[in-house]
Write a protein that binds this ligand. Structure first.
Ligand code: NAD
Ligand code: MG
Length: 385
């Protein structure tokens, strides 16, 4: 029996992880659950999974939740704020910490869990994008294992197995998102609801917009850089609209291994929980007789320049990756609020990066300081428009 803590249990990854646990109650137990403010979903989760700890980051929602649940006979300890998140992240009884908060908000608790030597199931890619070097160094020191949940990185992790020393190239696949066939002119007038219609995956809003700009793939290139200790010139991106091949690894002898399956995040989530074992999966199976074609295209960085921004940031240095991420979080939020157009996301992120001079990053505090700066400049650029 493994005890699992889910940081961000009310989101897309969090709720799918609980579905995995629901279908495998003999193998998994829930030790802690956290949300930013979604107490309605959390309430049902607490009654169903009976965790030792729950955390509501928002203080008013925390107070509301306490009232809501006061007539229930539960043993769950209810905490709030960032301190609560960290307490959940380092909770002694948890074997695996699923890091599935969205954005850099997931960084601190994930770092603390790594420092504690926990096994991390990592969905929160922003942690690796902003602090990959610090996190991987800390993991070595503390003996923490990081198992990727992001479908591409789970695929790569599985393809590499014990053959890391023979890897020559990583090939990340990308669906291309909802705007794959749009012209640059058309992209200028796409709406928020267009951007939220992803062809193959049902995900949180931020990553869905990132998938539409291809920034998601850029963030994943940086994530792969740190997860697999490989330089960016050996990481390729290929558009594969069917999302059947989740990614590939090329070895020095020219052999390529790929991991395939239907697009369902419960597969990599469960793998991260059962690793190094595999257990019976309750998901649909791939039927090759129904797959007519697997297609591949080179990504177009003229229409989707965010992908190139990410490669450039990686080359330029650690602090540029923090700036890329922070400015992108602000720009995506502005887009979701209807305040900027789709193509403005790129201009804001590029504009903030242009003003940034790379600095050395030594600690999580340094990361958060640069992140704050990037957010401030992103809002300034928006206000000046
Ligand atoms: P989501 O928006 O659906 O859920 C986010 C979760 O984080 C929620 O539980 C929310 O309460 C919590 N949260 C949000 N802001 C917070 C804050 N400031 N402090 C504490 N908690 C906060 O997001 P998601 O789609 O589940 O994505 C989560 C992470 O997993 C992201 O980093 C994303 O890139 C990554 N990921 C998601 C998918 C997917 O299919 N959804 C696939 C691969 C990777
Ligand atoms: Mg992915």
């Amino acid at each position: 029996m493994k005890n699992i803590t889910i940081l961000g249990s009310t989101g897309s990854i969090g709720t799918q992880a609980l579905d995995v646990i629901r279908k495998n109650r003999k193998d998994f137990n829930v030790s802690a659950l956290t949300t930013n403010s979604n107490i309605k979903i959390l309430y049902d989760q607490v009654l169903e999974f009976n965790p030792d700890i729950v955390v509501i980051v928002d203080y008013n929602k925390y107070k509301e939740f306490k009232t809501m649940i006061s007539n229930k006979d539960i043993k769950t300890q209810i905490l709030f704020g960032e301190e609560g998140l960290i307490e959940a992240a380092i909770y002694d009884k948890a074997d695996i910490i699923l890091s599935s908060i969205v954005g850099i908000a997931g960084l601190k608790p994930t770092f603390e869990a790594v420092k504690k030597g926990k096994t991390i199931a990592l969905a929160n890619k922003e942690t690796m994008v902003t602090a990959g070097r610090i996190i991987t160094e800390m993991a070595k020191e503390s003996n923490s294992t990081i198992i990727p949940v992001d479908s591409e990185h789970s695929a790569i992790f599985q393809c590499i197995g014990k053959e890391r020393k023979y890897v020559s190239r990583i090939i990340l696949t990308a669906s291309g998102g909802p705007f794959r066939n749009k012209t640059l002119q058309e992209l200028k007038s796409v709406t928020v609801s267009d951007a939220l219609k992803h062809p193959n995956w049902n995900m949180g809003k931020k990553i869905t917009v990132d998938s539409a700009t291809l920034m998601n793939k850029g963030l994943e290139v940086i994530e792969a850089r740190w997860l697999f200790d490989i330089e960016s010139e050996y990481i390729d991106v290929i558009i594969h609209p069917e999302s059947i091949i989740h990614s590939m690894v090329e070895f020095i002898d020219g052999v390529i291994l790929a991991q395939l399956g239907i697009p369902d995040m419960r597969i990599p989530i469960k793998y991260s929980f059962t690793y190094p074992e595999r257990t019976l999966g309750y998901v649909a199976r791939l039927d090759f007789s129904k797959i007519k074609n697997l297609n591949f295209e080179t990504p177009d960085v003229v229409r989707f320049p965010c992908l190139k921004l990410a490669y450039d940031a990686l080359k330029s240095g650690d602090s540029s990756c923090i700036v890329l991420n922070g400015a992108n979080e602000v720009a995506v939020n502005l887009f979701l609020q209807g305040k900027i157009g789709f193509t403005d996301i790129y201009y804001i992120v590029a504009g903030v990066l242009e003003k940034h001079i790379n600095v050395e990053i030594k600690s999580i505090e340094d990361v958060l300081e640069i992140d704050n700066w990037a957010r401030k400049i992103a809002y300034e650029l928006y206000n000046k428009r």
